[in-house]
Write a protein that binds this ligand. Structure first.
Ligand code: UD1
Ligand code: CA
Length: 453
């Protein structure tokens, strides 16, 4: 059966107090509207329609990579008005599912449940019972328990206000009837808007079957109107992600202090300490351990690697059994072979560090190709930038670099070479050579210190 999915995102969102469209605010690192589009895209044979209006250029620009029919609603006059503007693009058969750009956690599971119940003479609504139904449209049922209408908060009587079953807004209507219902909507109500919800009463009068489905949890249908609700939904999402990671076999020292703003894949027996943030796509191999306060973005970490506290890893590849941090910064293009060690206050960028090599303290290694079993002394700096261009430093296997060495690139250090501490290396060092590039020390006997006048 063909399915049209309409995502409403034209509203003003004035309570966000933002210069960005409300639906572009993020939950779990992804704009809310993109979450809805992603879920909608997973429904088989669906035509997607996105209704934009307020800050619509921003929204359409952010969603360019989705194949969706963009519909403009420049002066939004209610959810029914929004559907009316999409009406000419809807198919004659099948059903239309209405979703909201500011209700980001709706699940494909729930939508599939709704679609499975649809027929040309059935209207499927997603409802939920709330302890506090304030603000929502109430579900009015007749004596037989069948849905008769939805009454908006502002139009409800005292008895209706007491109803706890509410409209989530998400509904699936048969296209065979929808066009006529939309055409019959009026704006004769407290808000002077065309309410999509008024089609329920029309359907009920025409003897259409109205069935209700409940979501698996409240967060699925939670909408965001202000930044307080946005923060609450963010926590809810993070809690769900944390639970899933634990089910997959990761240990989280405190699931309430973890933030995944993208996709985190964990192997078995991964241990993550508190306050770690993961962005983009991060893959952690089996037995990876991450200390507190680490930030990892778009990286792959090999099995058994230890990342100590306060380390940052961005767009990098780390091998197995590496040892990183505390306070290490791996910048884009860093590639560590197995068993490499990057210690405290070390920054790497576009650096390939060979197997078993160690850069343990206070160093900058950029634009570097380094072999295996190299020892880099404390305070070693690759001088990769001449003010205009970046140059490569090449260090072969088994090199020993003394502390406080400057490697002025482009420069090559051949296998087995040794560099004396404090050297400024500007010329190639050959195999097994010792390079000594610092002023010689001279000592004076019986030196008299100056005295105070
Ligand atoms: C709507 C429902 C209400 C339900 C509630 C759930 C109607 C009339 N009421 O009320 O029964 O309980 O959602 O949250 O449908 N939008 C447009 N164009 C418009 C108007 C709205 O795109 O002309 C979008 C908004 O951007 C928003 C969504 O539709 O994302 C909901 O609109 P809103 O005005 O917040 O509806 P509610 O009053 O919350
Ligand atoms: Ca709302």
């Amino acid at each position: 059966m063909s399915l049209d999915i309409v995502i409403l995102a034209a509203g003003k969102g004035s309570r966000m107090k933002s210069s960005y469209s409300k639906v572009l605010h993020k939950v779990g690192g992804t704009a809310m509207v993109r979450r809805v589009l992603t879920t909608a895209s997973r429904m088989p044979e669906a035509n997607l329609h996105l209704v934009v209006g307020h800050q619509g250029e921003q929204v359409s620009e952010h969603c360019q990579d989705f194949s969706v029919n963009l519909v403009w609603q420049n002066d939004p006059q209610g959810t029914g008005d929004a559907l009316r503007r999409v009406a000419p693009s809807l198919q004659n058969t099948g059903s239309t599912l209405t979703l909201y750009g500011d209700v980001p956690l709706i699940s494909a599971n729930t939508l599939e449940k709704m679609v499975s119940l649809s027929s040309p003479n059935t209207l499927v609504m997603l409802t939920i019972n709330l302890a506090d139904p304030t603000g929502y449209g109430r579900i009015v049922r007749n004596g037989q328990g069948q849905v008769a209408a939805i009454v908006e908060q502002k139009d409800a009587s005292v008895e209706e206000l007491a109803i706890q079953e509410v409209n989530t807004g998400i509904l699936l209507a048969p296209n065979a009837h929808l066009q006529a219902w939309l055409a019959a909507l009026t704006n004769d109500n407290a808000q002077g808007e065309y309410y999509l919800t008024d089609i329920i009463a029309m359907a009920a009068q025409q003897g259409i079957d109205i069935v209700t489905v409940q979501p698996s949890n409240e967060a699925e249908v939670a909408g965001v109107n202000d930044r307080i609700q946005l923060a609450a939904l963010e926590r809810e999402w993070q809690q769900q992600v944390a639970s899933e990671l634990m089910r997959q076999g990761a240990t989280l020292l405190d699931p309430a202090r973890l933030d995944v703003r993208g996709e985190l894949q964990t192997g078995q027996d991964v241990v993550i300490d508190v306050n770690c943030v993961f962005e983009g796509k991060v893959v952690l191999g089996d037995r990876v351990e991450i200390g507190p306060n680490c930030y990892l973005k778009d990286c792959v970490i090999g099995e058994g690697t230890l990342i100590k506290s306060h380390s940052m890893i961005d767009d990098s590849q780390v091998g197995d059994a590496c040892d990183i941090g505390p306070f290490a910064r791996l910048r884009p293009g860093t590639k560590l072979a197995n068993k490499a060690k990057i210690g405290n206050f070390v920054e790497t960028k576009k650096a390939h560090i060979g197997e078993g090599s160690k850069v343990n303290h206070l160093s900058y290694v950029g634009d570097t190709q380094m072999g295996a079993n190299v020892n880099v002394g404390a305070g070693t700096i690759t001088c990769n930038y001449d003010g205009v261009n970046k140059h490569l430093t090449q260090v072969a296997d088994n090199v020993f670099i003394g502390s406080n060495t400057s490697l002025v690139a482009p420069v090559e250090v051949a296998e087995g070479a040794t560099i004396a501490a404090g050297s400024t290396i500007t010329k190639a060092v050959g195999e097994k050579q010792l390079a000594f590039a610092r002023a010689r020390q001279s000592n004076k006997d019986n030196w008299l210190r100056p005295t105070k006048k």
